[in-house]
Design a protein around this ligand. Sequence first.
Ligand SMILES: *Cc1c(COP(=O)(O)O)cnc(C)c1O
Length: 371
Amino acid sequence: MNTSKQVAWLEIDLGAIKNNLHQMQSITGKPILAVVKANAYGHGLVPVARAVFEAGAAWCGVARMDEALALRAGGVDGSILVLGYTPQEDVAQAIAQNITLNVYDPEIAQSYHQAALQAGRKIKVHAKIDTGMGRLGVFAEDGVEYIRFLRSLSGLELEGMFTHFSRADEQVGVSETERQIARFNTLLDSLESSGLRPPLVHAANSAGLLYFPTARFDMVRAGIALYGLNPSSETPVPANFRTALSLKARLHSVKILPAHHGVGYNHRYITSGEERIGVFSAGYADGIRRKVGNVALVRGKRVPILGTPCMDQCMINLDSVPDAQFGDEVVLLGVQGEEQITADDLAAAWGTTNYEVVCGMANRVPRIYRE
Ligand SMILES: *Cc1c(COP(=O)(O)O)cnc(C)c1O
């Protein structure tokens, strides 16, 4: 992997993603739907989807039809489920491209049925049940009637049924998750006894599949854990999972600033004495947050980012790294020598979650893949 010409870049270890998929296959013994929405949590939609299908994923899940079409355009021909809303106008294309849609209420189902009749072919759908998330879906109590209704619409091919957990990543949410599983099971029992059970039933996200064995049903949906990241500090991934994403840049200026010299916009940092200041080429338009107190790794040492990041650059103090020079690699997320900055570290510093950290990696940053 030659990065010498890159100014700032993301390195993505597809081998780590494949490893994590295999770990989840052996933990759960179930087919995996790999969630690759939001540019595969920043890791790159098409390369990640190709890698997971190669590694044996059963399905890919995306949030939007555009993402599903980008997968097809990228030559990915495995099963795809759109987890979010898809407009009726896109149904014909979904049929043509063999993309499965989420039907989460009777009106949507009816509109897809109409569009499918027009297209002269069935649209594949999964029915969404709201067991407690309070987002998309028909309440579990109304599930039998809903599934019966879906089965009456000749334009629909009901492939599956799913629900989504609200609190599977929280210690204090255990009883709530158990209640969600119980509601889903009650519905499943009724569907089974009336011969209406859809073929492919799924519920668990990463935290659910790792921590609630009874939530695995016919398939599990793995997002954050696929990328080797913890759903939360209370629900970490096992030690044999590996992170896949690093954000790197290069030092493009090294110079001495005199004492009492301001650094960057609004002079949020002022040198105390003479200081050796480096500038590297990555900023808040790449995915680093515009906060005071960020850190970077240079030559295996942790150094402070001074003041707030600029759009395309940041300044760092290099006094502890006297041999640092133009062209050196700077790590903003990932490992260098003995040091490491994790997505969890950044999430803690930025007051958010590791999900938001990796999804916040900008499109302009080139992704460089290795196996
Ligand atoms: C995003 C999403 C997932 C993946 O969640 P993780 O916590 O990242 O594993 C699973 N299912 C649905 C419906 C989602 O929207």
